[in-house]
Ligand binder design. Structure first.
Ligand SMILES: Cc1ncc(C[n+]2csc(CCOP(=O)(O)OP(=O)(O)O)c2C)c(N)n1
Length: 329
């Protein structure tokens, strides 16, 4: 029997609740996509539920998160309404952004979740802005900046870490390293593949963490959050993790083997956590929690599917433009 050494039963229940909800949400989106209910792209985060599920158990009101394109767990664990999140992914009017953002551009400002972006690394300089505000106002709030390994070779990565370190900004940089950027292994994009080691170049703490080990993820993120809240500056945490599906739904995945995928699926952290909880809180509590989360997903599907698509006027919502262009002047 696996036992947790450092995590309380209550914290483990919270993490499981977040991760299970996200897993079921991801499964629902894959199913809807296969039925043609989701247009465009779907970047499934199945296999990557843990980091956001753990992280959000340690956040406070007023903290900001800059999510990345596979961060559904960050939204759900932060308490975003699953129906509104799904409606946005389905391009419906009742979605988080009125259905005009879609899967790659999710945001919920009421929960401090600033937008994810289809442009790699674009969220990193934005995190400097929110963290600078927190620093300037003397609050003890912090900013979480999440990104994939594909953002690391971008100039924005270097500039953001350098600026955050120099100004001692309250940021936790979290890299979800799933070993592939789109269809390329990271070895094609960088020589130094232990991304956490790069922190040394900026004079800040850097950690390389097994992203499937719930206790390791929790303790390192906790340490980095405390440091940021105490005004000691930013940290970089690399969580080595894995996406079980292709880069996008429909990706033929010619760049990796079934055996490699299997080796990660076998280590599913949700199974590990569930086994622990079954041994501590018992089967009834675990099953009750799962039933409640299943119910939330069913309600989300009903809500999102019933929502209308935006109309033509809605498409120009929040678009700043020179009207003369449309008037043909
Ligand atoms: C600036 C920029 N360059 C290239 C792309 C094309 N692109 C989309 S996703 C992606 C790879 C993303 O990999 P990673 O950041 O590791 O996240 P993952 O999808 O693996 O979770 C690339 C290269 C882009 N969106 N933005």
């Amino acid at each position: 029997m696996i036992k947790m050494k450092t995590l309380s039963e209550q914290r483990l229940l919270e993490v499981f609740s977040n991760a299970y909800l996200t897993r079921k949400f991801e499964e629902a989106t894959i199913d809807l996509f296969s039925k043609g209910q989701i247009e465009g792209w779907l970047h499934s985060g199945i296999g990557q539920e843990l980091v956001g599920s753990v992280l959000c158990t340690m956040l406070e009101d007023g903290d900001y998160i800059i999510p990345y394109h596979r961060s559904k767990s960050y939204f759900l664990a932060r308490g975003v309404n699953p129906g509104k999140l799904l409606a946005e992914i389905m391009g419906r009017k009742d979605g988080l952004c009125g259905g005009v953002g879609g899967e790659a551009h999710l945001a919920d400002l009421s929960k401090g979740l600033l937008g994810s972006s289809g442009i790699l690394g674009a969220g990193m300089p934005i995190s400097l802005g929110t963290a600078f505000k927190q620093f300037y106002e003397g609050s003890n709030n912090i900013t979480i900046c999440s990104f994939g390994d594909g953002s690391v070779p971008q100039g924005a990565f270097h500039e953001s870490l350098n600026f955050a370190a120099t100004w001692n900004l309250p940021i936790v940089f979290i890299c979800e390293n799933n070993f592939y950027a789109e269809l390329s292994p990271i070895s094609k994009g960088m020589k130094q593949q232990d991304i956490g080691k790069r922190a040394a170049g900026y004079g800040i703490p850097g950690y390389i963490v097994d992203g499937y080990d719930v206790e390791a993820v929790h303790s390192h993120i906790h340490q980095a959050i405390e440091r940021a809240r105490n005004g000691e500056g930013p940290s970089l945490i690399e969580c080595k993790t894995y996406r079980w599906r292709g880069h996008y739904e429909g990706d033929p995945q010619l760049y990796r083997t079934k055996e490699e995928i299997e080796s990660w699926v076998k280590r599913d952290p949700l199974q590990t956590i569930e086994q622990c909880l079954l041994a501590s809180v018992g089967v009834e509590e675990v099953e009750k929690l799962k039933r409640e989360r299943d119910q939330q997903i069913q309600e989300a599907i009903i809500f999102a599917s019933a929502s209308p698509f935006p109309n033509e006027e809605d498409l120009l919502m929040n678009v700043y433009m020179d009207n003369s262009f449309f008037k043909g002047e």
